[in-house]
Design a protein around this ligand. Structure first.
Ligand SMILES: Nc1ncnc2c1ncn2[C@@H]1O[C@H](COP(=O)(O)OP(=O)(O)OP(=O)(O)O)[C@@H](O)[C@H]1O
Length: 337
């Protein structure tokens, strides 16, 4: 019997050009020996998630998720509640595509992304689960609270596509002065942090909000979250930290940063102040929130050669981008001092 693949695509993601290339995309999976079919997501809540769940129960061999990080997250949720989910392929067609960036999946050519199927290379990715008082949800990339949450909400999509991560930075700088001091209690595998925080990250990859060096020492599939807590609300200090994140990843040694590898995190606030949790770029409930780890839970089609190559060429690729950021930081720093 031929293997079956279901392509779940969001027609509204990114620049909405996906549909035109659908026959060419499907053809790649057909050539690789899959019998293919498609599901177009609808405005109804969680349609991608429900379809991924249904296909898993129905015994599909491969789910192809095409969309932005929101669609990928839904598909990941549909698959992850199952013990032995089918393989996942990703065709990034959103604006930021953080997850595809982390997995080195081509982000600007849908057919090229589909052609990865011929390489027969996969990576077993860790998946996180976040539990709040109102909800329970899987995530594949990031759980965040504090400043990043607001920034992600407030960067308009057209700004994201025009300026990429610079948009986050500019918005971030605008929002920072308004960020309140939230006293938090963060419990992790081997410790507890109690104090103020402008930022709490629980990350599964090193690609978040367009930043590529947020967890520079991350090994994918190691069964550990990277926990980052920024223990300052000082504007100038945070700006410098952001520059470090852009430049060389030295933020992990900064005295105002708690940087840990852990398989469990609990985030609470200390005086009933509201702390919104952002999950893979979307609002995911309020603290208290518990994060647990599902080690190597999803097998995802990727390009292992490119992943390896990117380790060697990383610094060259981002040099130009960094110059742009450095200039911007200098401007903002002068304005705020
Ligand atoms: N047919 C549809 N019509 C309108 N909205 C849809 C449809 N299908 C899915 N959606 C909505 O699209 C959102 C997910 O968008 P997604 O993240 O994939 O793309 P994006 O926002 O362009 O990308 P990015 O997250 O990278 O900015 C969900 O809120 C979902 O409900």
């Amino acid at each position: 019997m031929r293997k079956r693949a279901r392509l779940i695509y969001n027609p509204t993601s990114g620049r909405e050009t996906f549909k035109r290339q659908l026959p060419d995309i499907l053809n790649e999976y057909e050539k690789a020996g899959y019998e293919t079919s498609t599901f177009c997501t609808t405005p109804e809540a969680l349609s991608a998630q429900k379809e991924a769940d249904r296909c898993t129960i129905d015994g599909f061999d491969l789910i192809i998720a095409a969309g932005g990080d929101g669609t990928i997250n839904e598909v990941v949720n549909g698959l992850s509640s199952h013990k032995a989910p089918p393989k996942l392929a990703i065709i990034p067609s959103g604006t930021t595509n953080d997850y595809a960036r982390a997995l080195k999946i081509p982000r600007y050519d849908f057919v090229k992304a589909a052609q990865l199927i011929h390489k027969n290379q996969t990576v077993h990715m860790d998946i996180g689960k976040v539990k709040t008082e109102t909800d329970e949800k899987y995530f594949m990339n990031i759980g965040a609270a504090g400043f990043l949450t607001e920034v992600t909400y407030e960067v308009p999509p057209n700004m994201k596509s025009l300026f990429g991560s610079l948009a986050y930075f500019v918005k971030g700088a605008e929002l920072l002065p308004r960020v309140g001091k939230v006293p938090v209690k963060i419990t992790y595998d081997d410790g507890v942090y109690e104090g103020i925080a402008s930022l709490v990250f629980v990350a599964l990859t090193n690609s978040v909000g367009g930043f590529e060096k947020i967890a520079p020492d991350k090994t994918l599939g190691d069964g550990k979250f990277t926990l980052i807590v920024v223990k300052t609300t000082n504007f100038a200090e945070i700006l410098r930290l952001i520059t470090m994140i852009m430049n060389d990843g030295r933020h992990i040694q900064h005295p105002k940063v708690l940087y840990k590898k852990t398989s469990y995190v609990k985030a609470e606030t200390q005086n009933d102040q509201q702390l919104m949790i952002n999950i893979d770029g979307e609002y995911g409930g309020d603290a208290p929130a518990e994060f647990t780890m599902f080690k190597q839970h999803l097998e995802i089609i990727t390009d292992l050669d490119r992943m390896q190559l990117s380790i060697n060429t990383h610094d060259l690729i981002s040099e130009e981008k960094e110059e742009e950021f450095k200039k911007r930081v200098r401007e903002l720093d002068t304005r705020n001092e």
